[in-house]
Design a protein around this ligand. Structure first.
Ligand code: OXD
Ligand code: MN
Length: 578
């Protein structure tokens, strides 16, 4: 169907990576970064800079199975449209066959995929983000199960036709399609990130969440972190936050409290299964980080800054005259001249940022100084604490704990975050992003809530405790009230103390909050008024939130579990009494 010029079976070797990179440097697609050994910059087409939710589809026989938060097209119709696009789409290009494993090869939690792609950029990124190559084929054998992933950038090359530096299809021809009833992924027209690295959002979240529902486990948009107390007690934390809310920074946390340490397990995706000990165990199915570059610095994330010194891929970052990558809020003074992500001259007077706001880095987990040693451990880690949250400049306090599992599911289901508007001074818009899974849930979100409730029933007394956090509350003067980053360990410590029954809590309409003095603020000079505001619950503001949640839940109709409706009513009653 795709009619490629040639076919290349990926063996996953270093030599293969180097050869593909060298060819992309030669063709002008990749720019070597002089200041960072074995690192390369890619500049995408301006139409192809992010995941495109409007062109992402969940194609099930019945629209109800995709639910109101997904774009639905009938599978027969979608396949017909896409088959027409795929006809001859790889003409003049190489078809790469990429066998890959999400999760350690052979782990009871792992899943194998085979991606077919005409993008060498996708192959190199997959090398970093997943386990690629011959050893995966060996594990698959002749009768193993795999998830087929078809990807084309949608830009055939006719003989003699000049190639562009980032070929892709126009927006209206881009399709990122999922057929969960067949465990099948078809992506067409985009070479960027989650649209092209099909192991990530497409397989590990959308398809995996639908498999997980059938098989009784969880595939989540969560970071995974190990926290170790000064006494050597280990806590494992998994946290769901929408994109660009600090998951990578939290995953690479450097605790400021003396004696506490943290280790990184994953920054984006978490697969959790109930193991024979009755607890929820988690693995990170990925092997690398595809992180947002702007905002990353030695101050905000020293671990990431060090991780990116070599062997990294950069996409849509700016370039300095000295031959280094640059992005907004990186360390040091702003250079007087840069080459921006579109390869144009840039100066501090320019109206637009030098790096695209969704510019990315790709780096392997073995380069991450804080990564756990046993990141290949097939058994995963037992989760003690689950976090939900988002970016909210008002209303939502720093931290509160769910009263019980069903309430925790309610907190996840009603989670919200602000997307700061592109236009300055426009009021930030709040969007409900349940479990940070709105763009990634592979089935009806109402059924997803039910699945979470049922997982709680199975876990019983061994269920992790659930907390909600907001690092982003601002004062009336627009200042961040909480220092964030490494100081977030103080909030996590309170959670650990709650798990161990060491501290009490105050009951509020939202949940259980720290009693005065229970948050360890030693060595931190935070004005008492700021702390008060950080933990304030305003019942009037929350009445408006309540109505917003009610409207949001309404769209799920009969798919909304009664138990979640009961939690909503209990919340209303608590607000009435407040
Ligand atoms: C995202 C990502 O957009 O991880 O969530 O890339
Ligand atoms: Mn993500």
């Amino acid at each position: 169907m795709c009619r490629p010029g040639q076919i290349h079976w990926c063996d996953g070797s270093r030599e293969e990576y180097d050869r593909l990179m060298a060819a992309m440097v030669q063709s002008g697609t990749a720019v070597p970064i002089a200041r960072r050994p074995n690192s390369f910059l890619f500049r995408s087409d301006p139409s192809d800079v992010a995941r495109i939710e409007a062109r992402t589809y969940l194609s099930t026989i019945y629209p109800e199975d995709a639910g109101p938060t997904n774009n639905w097209i009938d599978p027969a119709e979608l396949k017909k449209t896409m088959t027409r696009l795929y006809e001859g789409c790889m003409k003049g290009r190489t078809m790469y066959v990429i066998p890959f494993s999400m999760g350690p090869i052979g782990s009871p939690l792992a899943k194998i995929g085979v991606q077919i792609s005409d993008s060498a950029y996708a192959v190199c990124n997959m090398h970093i983000m997943t386990r690629v190559g011959t050893r995966v084929l060996e594990a698959l054998g002749t009768d193993g199960e795999f998830i087929p992933c078809l990807h084309s950038i949608g830009a055939p090359l006719e003989p003699g036709q000049h190639d562009v530096h980032w070929p892709c299809a126009p927006i209206e021809d881009k399709y990122i399609s999922h057929f969960p009833e067949e465990n099948l992924i078809w992506s067409y027209g985009s070479g960027y990130g989650g649209n092209a690295l099909l192991g990530k959002k497409c397989l590990s979240l959308r398809i995996a969440s639908s498999i997980a529902r059938r098989e009784g486990w969880l595939a989540e948009h969560m970071l995974i972190l190990r926290l170790v107390s000064p006494e050597g007690r280990t806590y494992h934390i998994a946290g769901a936050f929408p994109s660009a809310c600090g998951k990578t920074n939290l995953a690479m946390l450097r605790p400021t409290l003396p004696g506490w340490t943290a280790e990184t397990i994953g920054d984006d995706i978490c697969w959790m299964k109930i193991r024979p000990d009755g607890r929820l165990h988690a693995i990170n199915p990925e092997t690398g980080f595809f992180g947002v570059a702007p905002g990353t610095s030695r101050a905000s994330n020293p671990v990431a800054a060090e991780m990116l010194k070599e062997n990294a891929i950069f996409t849509n970052c700016a370039l300095t005259d000295e031959g280094d990558v640059w992005w907004e809020e990186i360390d040091g003074p702003v250079p007087q001249h840069l080459t921006d992500w579109k390869a144009w001259d840039w100066s501090p007077d320019s109206d637009e940022p030098a790096a695209h706001p969704n510019a990315r880095f790709t780096a392997h987990i073995r380069q991450c100084r804080s990564a756990i040693k046993d990141w290949e451990d097939p058994e995963g880690v037992p989760i003690d604490i689950l976090l939900f949250g988002g970016r909210r400049s008002a209303a939502v306090p720093l931290v509160f704990e769910a009263f019980h599992w069903d309430h925790g599911v309610f907190l996840g289901a009603s989670a919200s975050s602000e997307s700061t508007a592109a236009i300055l001074d426009q009021v930030a818009r709040v969007r409900r992003d349940p479990f940070a899974m709105k763009p990634f849930c592979g089935y009806n979100m109402g059924d997803y809530f039910r699945h979470w409730l049922e997982m709680g029933d199975r876990l019983g007394g061994k269920a992790p405790r659930i907390f909600y956090v907001n690092w982003f509350r601002k004062g009336s003067d627009g200042r961040w009230l909480w220092p964030g980053f490494g100081e977030n360990c103080r909030v996590l410590k309170w959670m650990c103390d709650r798990v161990d029954g060491k501290v009490g809590a105050v009951e509020t309409p939202l949940g259980l909050m720290p009693s005065e003095g229970d948050l360890d603020l030693s060595g931190l000079s935070i004005p008492p008024a700021d702390l008060e505001e950080l933990l304030r619950v305003d019942p009037d503001v929350w009445k408006a939130e309540y109505f917003d949640i009610e409207v949001f839940f309404d769209q799920f109709g009969s798919h909304l579990p009664n138990r979640l409706d009961a939690e909503l009513k209990a919340f209303r009653d608590r607000l009435r009494r407040a």
